[in-house]
Design a protein around this ligand. Structure first.
Ligand code: HEM
Length: 452
């Protein structure tokens, strides 16, 4: 915004009126209609002042070219969150809901320069060893298992019963988690994202991943954990734990939302009426219009500077709105010209998502398999009654209630999964199953089902 342009006036009812000039991205109003907020934020110019949670201010880039500049200029804009001035100087409430996603951890997401290259290379090389045929097969097995849990009911919440669970199971399989460890990984990561007893959940997750690392040191397998260990970057045990936790954290939540948002699109827009072949299209349109990670890519200016016509200072928190950049006027032309790769849903520059191919493959397989198994699945509630989870970073449906013709009892269970690509399942370790003292967790139950 230049010096002569008056500051934009928030629309009536917009809570920006009460937030010291910062537009809040954390309330139910934002979750209900983020595009109205992005349209409003664009009035500020390429960047706008936002509030991510009570007391947590940031500058949000909403313009595509400015976003690319920020994401690609790693000399001027750094990822190491220890530079975050407000946090370092104690102005951020330590229990703020945005701290878990913004505070520094020793992983490649928060590393710069040579350290970033080293950690990222280990991650990309290890993920590149995942066999695509095996990934599809295990995604289908997991999909069969999850569908079997609700097929005879004739109704399901495709977020809670399916999209939320599937990526976590896939990760357990990719990482080579045995039963007892896998149960606690699922318990930990679910608790972290649900914010229920998040501290305990984080502790359980890190302890379980630590045990996984110790196990694979002594008994390596054909899995991402072992490949990370064998990588020439020679990661130490602590580094391994943090990269694995990052893969889980950076992978599970956006995958859940990509599956959920794509299913939502397929079930609410007749243009995709399922005839095969349209899933890819619905997925691409989701990445453009409703990207799972809507506002993220935290960066910190290395020094005081001019950026997009504004003065920014070292240690200020800058974020990119992938959702606003994708839907702004600059990209509309590229999209109309048929360029499907121009959107920013996977970010851009040195920290762009290193796993978009497997993420796409898991999503397409999960969605296609579900639609094949439940061909008449439809929304069970009016579309406008669906709600989205509040929060600035993720675009995530709270639930996706559906109905379908119930499967005959036992039908879904009868389809025996193919397991020839898997190592034999170890015996469950009931006492350590979930971190809550339950006798057997969901991963143990899945492994038992798989090998019954
Ligand atoms: C198999 C699933 C996935 C895995 C293992 C994964 C892993 C990662 C990792 C390790 C990073 C950090 C890269 C770095 O800092 O150098 C990252 C970044 C990112 N990922 Fe993914 N991801 C997955 C799925 C997704 C999905 C489904 C989306 C959304 C469409 C997504 C969007 C992003 C974005 C926007 C970033 C940049 C974040 C930033 O700059 O702060 N990812 N991902």
């Amino acid at each position: 915004m230049d010096a002569h342009t008056p500051a934009p006036v928030p629309p009536p009812g917009c809570p920006a009126h009460g937030s010291g000039g910062r537009v809040p991205l954390h309330g139910p109003e934002f979750a209900a209609d983020p595009q109205a907020y992005y349209a409003y934020l664009r009035h500020y110019g390429p960047t706008a002042p936002v509030e991510l949670a009570p007391g947590v201010g940031a500058t949000l880039v909403t313009d595509y070219a400015t976003a690319l500049h920020l994401l690609q200029d790693s000399g001027s804009f750094r990822k190491d969150a220890r530079r975050w001035r407000d946090f370092a100087e104690g102005r951020i409430p330590p229990d703020s809901p945005v701290v878990p996603l913004l505070a520094y951890r020793p992983n490649c997401m928060f590393a710069d320069g040579a350290e970033h290259l080293r950690l990222r290379q280990a991650v990309t090389d290890s993920m590149a060893r995942v066999d695509t045929r095996r990934l599809s097969q295990s995604t289908e097995n997991i999909s069969d298992y999850l569908i079997a849990q609700f097929a005879s009911r004739g109704s399901a919440d495709l977020v809670g019963d399916y999209a939320k669970q599937l990526p976590l199971f896939v990760f357990n399989e990719l990482f080579g988690c045995p039963a007892g460890i896998g149960d606690r990984v699922l318990f930990g990561i679910t608790g972290m994202f649900d914010g229920v007893n998040a501290e305990k959940a984080t502790e359980v997750l890190f302890q379980a991943v630590g045990e996984l690392v110790a196990l694979k040191r002594s008994r390596p397998g054909e899995d991402v954990t072992s490949w990370l260990m064998q990588h020439p970057a020679q990661l130490g045990d602590e580094e391994l734990v943090h990269q694995l936790a990052l893969l889980l954290g950076a992978g599970a939540e956006p995958l859940r939302n990509l599956i959920g948002n794509t299913l939502h699109r397929l079930l609410t827009d007749d243009r995709y009426a399922y005839e095969g072949g349209l899933i890819d299209e619905a997925l691409d349109d989701t990445l453009w219009d409703n990207p799972p990670m809507s506002n993220y890519a935290p960066h910190y200016p290395a020094g005081d500077m001019e950026f997009a016509g504004q003065k920014v200072n070292a240690g200020d928190l800058l974020l990119v709105s992938f959702a606003a950049a994708n839907t702004g006027p600059a990209l509309t032309a590229a999209r109309q010209a048929g360029s499907n790769r121009a959107h920013l849903a996977w970010s851009a520059g040195p920290h762009a998502c290193p796993s978009k191919e497997p993420a796409r493959q898991i999503t397409v397989t999960a969605v296609e398999h579900l639609l094949n198994q439940l061909p008449d699945v439809e929304l069970a509630v009016p579309e406008d009654s669906l709600t989205w989870r509040p929060g600035p970073f993720n675009r995530a449906l709270a639930t996706l209630p559906t109905r379908f013709t119930p499967a005959a009892p036992g039908r879904a269970q009868a389809a025996r999964p193919r397991t020839d690509h898997l190592p034999p399942a170890p015996a469950p370790q009931p006492d350590q199953a979930t971190g809550r003292g339950e006798r057997s967790g969901v991963w143990s139950q899945f492994l038992t089902w798989l090998t019954r």
